[in-house]
Design a protein around this ligand. Structure first.
Ligand SMILES: Cc1cc2nc3c(=O)[nH]c(=O)nc-3n(C[C@H](O)[C@H](O)[C@H](O)COP(=O)(O)O)c2cc1C
Length: 349
């Protein structure tokens, strides 16, 4: 990031100028009527903070670990396909940025350059994200490459059986590069829990299931020994008319409970709306100017004491936090209820 950027808005404006309309729409759009995408944001708009004051937060540490690896703040970079259409280095640029910032990145199986090249581009730990484009043998071949390249975890994205109708892309007659040539996408629709388990077993690495959106599926995943449940609706780009991710989180948190690492969509970086970036996870923002303020606010307001007692909206926000940042927070001794669900009128005023 250039030093001349001091706000998220400037970064976004510069990106908008730099990218062509079709790429911008590819980045920004959702599925069909974009209702799920709007609900992702709306879910956060209904949550209001109840900040607490006069708590010493002069020394805070936002660092945490994920899969045993240190993160400077509890935010990671979500898998993004076709990165080469956005920046010439593609996935390598993201890997370098993640390393520089002190976080981890997920490497999409549908981005360029190859998984080996991205792995070799930095020495910091990375997670590989797989889309199914073949049967078990095909998956095993890819996983063998992933193991050889030194990834520390495997993430299987299961959020949809089919590529959605993305009207913004269709208006531009735009298809991302992998979709222009791929003939094996239908394998995604053939995915079963048994196949998932076979891939997991072959990988033998920490295994993340991305795209879980209900308690029922979270429970099955846990029964299969999935290590990390990644609550996501793909930014509203796959199934339309779904719930916002933050609204799906409480029921999943309830079945997952504390021992299981729970990662919400909240730990993903958002591309377009800076407010959303902030609201999606006010603990986890990319811009340093926000980071300090918001981390403080969040840390002020944590409440481990209530962790087991509340499964509502509070829990929805606390759950990933407890997991990623929990123990350090005990030292602050603050136990307020932090998040409050507000009415439509309050949310829109
Ligand atoms: C342009 C773009 C490409 C994406 N590619 C992938 C991908 O290859 N694999 C994947 O699991 N998720 C992919 N996602 C979904 C993200 O990993 C993430 O779940 C989503 O963007 C979060 O929503 P948000 O962007 O509103 O924060 C993609 C999202 C975008 C915007």
């Amino acid at each position: 990031m250039g030093l001349d950027f001091v706000t998220n808005q400037e970064i976004i404006q510069a990106a908008r100028k730099n990218l062509t309309q079709d790429i911008w729409d590819y980045l920004s759009g959702g599925a069909e009527s974009e209702t799920t995408m709007r609900r992702n944001r709306l879910g956060f708009d209904y949550l209001a903070l109840r900040p607490r004051v006069c708590v010493d937060v002069s020394k805070i540490d936002t660092a945490t670990t994920f899969l045993g690896q240190k993160l400077r703040i509890p935010v990671m970079m979500a898998p993004i396909g076709s990165l080469q259409t956005i920046t010439p280095e593609g996935g390598v640029a993201v890997a370098k940025a993640a390393k520089e910032f002190g976080t981890m990145n997920f490497v999409s199986s549908v981005t360029q350059p190859s998984l080996e090249e991205i792995a070799a581009s930095t020495d910091h730990p990375k997670i590989f994200q797989l889309y199914i484009r073949g049967g078990l043998d095909w998956c095993k071949e890819i996983i063998d490459r992933v193991l050889k390249a030194g990834y520390i975890g495997v993430c299987l994205t299961v959020d949809t059986a089919h590529y959605s109708r993305r009207e913004r892309q269709m208006m531009n007659r735009y298809l991302p590069p992998n979709k222009r040539t791929e003939t094996s996408r239908h394998y995604q629709g053939m995915l079963t829990w048994e196949l998932m388990a076979a891939i997991k077993k072959h990988a033998g690495l920490p295994f993340i299931l991305k795209g879980v959106a209900t308690a029922e599926d979270a429970k099955i995943a846990l029964d299969y020994g999935v290590d990390v449940i990644y609550v996501s609706n793909h930014g509203g780009r796959q199934l339309d008319h779904g719930r916002g991710t933050i609204d799906a989180l409480p029921e999943i948190a309830e079945v997952a409970d504390a021992p299981v690492a729970l990662r919400a969509q909240a730990v993903e970086l958002r591309h377009e709306t800076p407010e959303a970036l902030v609201l999606e996870d006010f603990r986890l923002v990319a811009a340093p100017a926000f980071e300090v303020e918001l981390a403080r606010l969040a840390l002020r307001s944590q409440g481990l004491e209530e962790r087991r007692a509340h499964f509502g909206v509070d829990r929805a926000l606390f759950a990933p936090d407890v997991e990623v940042a929990g123990c350090d927070l005990l030292e602050f001794g603050v136990r307020p209820r932090f998040v409050h669900r507000i009415t439509w009128r309050q949310a829109t005023s």
